[in-house]
Each structure stands twice: as structure tokens, then as C-alpha cells.
Design a protein around this ligand. Structure first.
Ligand code: PGA
Length: 258
């Protein structure tokens, strides 16, 4: 059975004061939803707010993650954050988000290095893959997303692979209000992503790895995604900034593989 995982990617939003207000507004509801371990809930604020958010959810089952990490463990990398700095205060890290690939020149090779660094420091990677609109319309989704998965997992052991979370985020669906269809996302996840994992590690790992859908997930459309057999949760951007919306999305999550 794969435990659904819902992560809120706040992106570059919320001051410390705003972060406190948001977490305070949803903490009790989220803690209640995650209390029996049937779903995992992760909040991913900007770096600067991580310690505060971690403190606000301390003692609850709510988990905290970062939105990026550097692969080096320390040194002259102005502006970067090392994995050892993160694992003191959070458990997860988003790696290879399309905004980082697009605006900060992240490559498949860098994503692979970041995943290895995160794993070495006991951070759970949430690895983002997804095609843009032109690639989608040109019928390149399968080839592109498959290649992203293979590159991300290069030289990663079976044991490590099992614990990695993948987020399938078609770029054309991120922040646009135009989510993928549940069936469409399920096909990419079930066939392309699990297919690539099966090639790399065999069917057992392919079925064990959790794969989220991300891109304009809202309380209104989330049930369609969670009803799909291959979708194990959501990576939520805009709707994770509104307490009632994020709570409603987490409420809709249901365990798979019964
Ligand atoms: P969105 O963002 O929910 O605002 O579309 C999702 C993401 O980029 O993780």
C-alpha cells in the first residue's frame, strides 16, 4: 500500500508573519488528518520560514520540507543551502521543480546530484518532472518525462529509489488554472513514470514509489486525481497558500492499494 502524500509548495510566498498566520489557521485540521499515518502532509515554505514552521508544527504529524538544496555539503557557494543545514530542521526537499529548471538553469544532471546529496543526509526528495506545452502538443511527453526520470535516478540504489517521491507536474498546468485530466495524469504516471522505474529497478519498485500529481490542484478538482489508481497525492502550489483550500485537498486524499 502506498501512503498518499500531499505537499504544499509555497514557492516564493509568505513573510514570516504571514507564514505564522497560515500555519496557525490550518495546523489543527492538518494534524488531525495526518494523525493515524494514513496520509502524509508536508509544508514546504521558503528557506527562511522553515525553522518557524517546524516549530509551529512540532509534536504534530505534519512534516516540513524545503524547496531546493545544493549538492555540495559546504563551501564557497554564495546564496545556496546545504543538505546538512536542512536535515536539522526538515525532512523533505523538493528537487528539480520546473521553475528551477526554467528560471535557474537546473539540469537533469544537477537534479541527480541534488537527489544523491539529499539522500546522503536523510532528506526525502520530492523530484519534479513534467513536459511543457510545446512538448506536450508535439507528442513528446512520454519520451521527455521518461528521460527525466531515468536521469534523476541515475546511479541511485534500489533501496534509495524506493523512498524517493516523484511529482508529475506538466508545466502547462502549473499556476495556469488548467489542470491535467485525472485520466491523462494517471496515464503518464502509470505508464511513463512507473514504466521507466520498472526498466530501472523492476516492477516491485515501480509499484512502491509514490508519485504525486501537481499543477493547478484545487479542492474542486482534487477528487479526480485521488481517484486514479497510480496517483499517490498532490504537490500543491497556489491552493497551499489558502488554509481552507489546503485542508480540503488533504481531506480528499485516500489510501491506495486496498
Ligand atoms: P500550482 O503549482 O498548484 O499553483 O499549479 C504547483 C507546483 O508548481 O508545485
Amino acid at each position: 500500500m502506498r501512503t498518499p502524500i500531499i505537499a504544499g509548495n509555497w514557492k516564493m510566498n509568505k513573510t514570516l508573519a504571514e507564514a505564522r498566520t497560515l500555519v496557525s489557521a490550518m495546523r489543527d485540521d492538518l494534524a488531525q488528518l495526518a494523525r493515524d499515518g494514513k496520509i502524509e502532509i508536508v509544508l514546504c515554505p521558503p528557506f527562511i520560514a522553515i525553522p518557524q514552521v517546524a516549530e509551529l508544527v512540532a509534536g504534530s504529524p505534519i512534516r516540513v520540507g524545503a524547496q531546493n538544496v545544493h549538492w555540495e555539503s559546504k563551501g564557497a557557494f554564495t546564496g545556496e543551502i546545504a543538505p546538512a543545514m536542512l536535515n536539522e530542521i526538515c525532512d523533505y526537499v523538493i528537487i528539480g521543480h520546473s521553475e528551477r529548471r526554467q528560471f535557474f538553469s537546473e539540469t537533469d544532471q544537477g537534479v541527480n546530484k541534488k537527489i544523491k546529496a539529499a539522500l546522503a543526509h536523510h532528506l526525502k526528495p520530492i523530484v519534479c518532472v513534467g513536459e511543457n506545452l510545446a512538448q506536450n502538443e508535439a507528442g513528446q511527453t512520454d519520451a521527455l518525462v521518461g528521460a527525466q526520470v531515468r536521469a534523476a535516478f541515475q546511479d541511485i540504489s534500489r533501496d534509495d529509489a524506493r523512498g524517493i517521491i516523484i511529482a508529475y507536474e506538466p508545466i502547462w498546468a502549473i499556476g495556469t488554472g488548467k489542470a491535467a485530466s485525472g485520466a491523462g495524469a494517471n496515464a503518464v504516471i502509470g505508464i511513463t513514470i512507473r514504466g521507466a522505474l520498472a526498466d530501472l529497478y523492476g516492477e516491485e519498485i515501480a509499484q512502491a514509489v509514490r508519485v504525486q500529481y501537481g499543477g493547478s490542484v484545487t479542492p474542486k478538482n482534487v477528487a479526480e486525481f485521488f481517484a486514479q489508481p497510480d496517483i499517490d497525492g498532490a504537490l500543491v502550489g497556489g491552493a497551499s497558500l489558502v488554509a481552507a483550500d489546503f485542508v480540503a485537498i488533504c481531506q480528499a486524499a485516500n489510501p491506495k492499494g486496498r
